[in-house]
Design a protein. Structure first.
Length: 591
């Protein structure tokens, strides 16, 4: 057995030539001390962690540098979506593609979710450190591609920047959380993961930083900021983080590849992509009855059904191993459902509200950033409060999740009261919603880690990340679909009606003005108002511009309430699921 010695700084050294009647950590698990139920589990886990060279019970230099590297990976995997997502109107105003800008989000989320289940196999084959380094390289290249794009397609699809960034984020978000969890004892996971999550605090005002960059120069420099951050993270990773010591023999790569669920990955990725493509095209580009919408929509549903049939009945090594449910089957089942559906509440807040403050309350960059401050700080503080509450309450997570899901659902639903004249009320509601969302999304991953077998921590972390992003992407697609149609109706009635009464009676000019206003292309609209002979005085100038902006804001106010109303359904399911959770206090105390 390995004998453990500690230097003054807390660094561990292991003498693998030592011996003990208990054998190695793996043998200790196989020959656990006798006992019953949780008593035996606690004793076995405690003994294993004492012998595990990858677990640090006290802060030391190696633990600090490892956590610092995980922090850079975590933050670097989040900021591409946060920063670019804060500038969507600026981006499609500059490079076009307003009718498909939502794919900047979906093009990031799908690769992210698709890659998560394969990170474990990649780490086994190449080492976690080198897989993370590859993710950092992708997170350097992807934002640069997005920032230098001249068309929306380059920014999104195939070799586009958002797809590349999503792949890198899929690797490193998972490695950051799982890597942090395996560095510390089980009882300290919530606190340490909370600390790593909390390091994103400098980017909580991500909307403000993005808007200030756009104001000082152009939105493209956001890509430079993201690339620079991940460049520093790559250096820190290579210098300060080492792969975990393997406690089991290294398996051949061919054996690992055989256990990867390639078919399940292809079916799930293709199914979700086709399903959302049909929904998005039906929202704005083609009629719902057209072949462009029906074919991908139906194919997507069929592929998703085939995925579930394959995973349940055929797959030898399914993406969700049955062993995940061995330790706490009921809690694991319902926490995964909460993770999936809470993604819808997360993304309605993260991606709709920043565009709402732009479209309803003015395009001043500083004003937009300040109005969006509650999102970042609310989510991070909500997550940290819930994570700290888990060990503080000794794992009494049922009440924590019931309260958090109720707060999340009430908050996101109440955001529907937003009008052009009640911004202070909206800011208070957004703060409440952000706290609720933060108290759900990250703690779900920790509860799932505590409720799963110790050897499957990496697997469950990958699954929770993947299903949260898939749930969020599906929710975002559904929200945008309804939002688009409601806005078109409101814009036609409110904006078009007012312009026809006061500004112009020419149908072509009227249509062009309404379209430009809906796409936030106000400079072009101003040019038409000031130069077109078909504009009625005195609205051929600032009067016309003020009327156009005010009526467009009213139309947006009517449309934005629908995504928030729809989010109540996602949150309601989360509340019901939280009622069936069991506390994980036995697993917290086991560490």
């Amino acid at each position: 057995m390995a004998q453990v010695f500690h230097d003054k700084d807390g660094t561990k050294h292991h003498n693998m030539e030592g011996s003990s009647r208990d054998g190695s950590p793996v043998e200790k698990l196989e020959h656990a001390q006798p006992g019953y139920g949780h008593e035996r589990d606690e004793r076995a886990i405690h003994d294993i962690e004492e012998e595990n060279p990858n677990v640090y019970h006290h802060m030391c230099f190696k633990l600090f540098t490892g956590l610092a590297a995980m922090s850079f990976l975590w933050v670097g995997s989040q900021i591409p979506l946060y920063l670019f997502g804060a500038l969507l109107p600026d981006i499609y105003t500059d490079i076009g593609g307003a009718e498909r800008y939502q794919w900047m989000v979906i093009g990031y989320l799908i690769p992210n979710a698709s890659l998560c289940p394969f990170v474990g196999a990649l780490s086994d084959m190449f080492g976690r450190r080198w897989v993370a380094a590859g993710g950092q390289v992708l997170l350097i290249v992807g934002p640069i591609v997005t920032a230098t794009a001249n068309t929306m397609n380059v920014a999104i699809v195939m070799a586009g920047g958002q797809v590349i960034s999503g792949l890198g984020a899929g690797l490193n978000e998972l490695i950051a959380l799982a890597g942090t969890a395996e560095l510390v004892p089980t009882r300290k996971r919530g606190s340490y993961v909370g600390a790593v999550v909390f390091t994103i605090l400098p980017f909580c005002p991500s909307v403000l930083w993005a808007q200030l960059i756009a104001k000082a120069s152009v939105w493209r420099y956001v890509g430079a900021l993201i690339a620079a951050w991940n460049g520093v993270g790559l250096i820190l990773l290579l210098v300060g983080y080492k792969d975990p010591v393997r406690l089991t023999p290294v398996r051949p790569k061919k054996e690992i590849l055989k256990e990867v669920d390639w078919i399940g990955g292809i079916l799930s990725t293709a199914g979700v992509t086709m399903f959302m493509a049909g929904m998005q095209w039906g929202a704005s580009q083609y009629p719902w009855s057209s072949i462009h919408v029906l074919v991908p929509f139906v194919i997507g549903i069929m592929l998703i059904i085939q995925f579930f049939v394959y995973e349940i009945c055929i797959a030898k090594y399914p993406m969700v191993p049955p062993a995940l449910f061995r330790k706490a089957p009921r809690t694991m089942s319902f926490i995964l459902l909460i993770t999936f559906f809470s993604g819808g509440n997360f993304f309605v807040l993260l991606l709709f509200y920043p565009t709402q403050v732009y479209n309803m309350y003015g395009d001043d960059h500083v004003g937009i950033g300040l109005r969006a401050l509650p999102i970042g700080f609310g989510i991070i503080f909500g997550a940290v409060i819930a994570l700290v509450a888990i060990p503080f309450t000794k794992g009494r997570t049922t009440f924590i999740m019931i309260f958090s899901t109720c707060l999340m659902t009430a908050g996101t639903g109440a955001m529907s009261v937003g009008e052009t004249w009640n911004l202070p009320t909206v800011l208070g509601i957004v703060s409440m919603a952000s706290l609720g969302v933060g108290a759900v999304i990250i703690p779900c991953s920790i509860i799932a880690q505590l409720a799963c077998p110790h050897e499957l921590v990496g697997t469950i972390t990958a699954i929770t990340l993947a299903i949260r992003y898939v749930g969020g992407a599906i929710g975002f697609t559904a929200y945008y679909n309804v939002f688009y149609h409601k806005f078109v109706t409101a814009a036609t009635t409110i904006v078009g009606g007012s312009l026809a009464q006061h500004v112009t009676t020419d149908l072509q000019t009227l249509t062009e003005l309404v379209t430009l206003a809906g796409e936030a292309r106000f400079d072009e609209a101003r040019h038409i108002l000031t130069t077109s002979p078909k504009i009625i005085a005195p609205y051929n100038g600032q009067y016309g511009m003020d009327l156009l902006i005010n009526k467009t804001q009213e139309a947006f106010a009517l449309a934005y309430r629908w995504p928030y109303w729809m989010s109540i359904a996602f949150g309601g399911i989360c509340i019901v699921c939280s009622l069936f959770l069991k506390d994980v206090r036995h697993f917290v105390e086991a560490g």
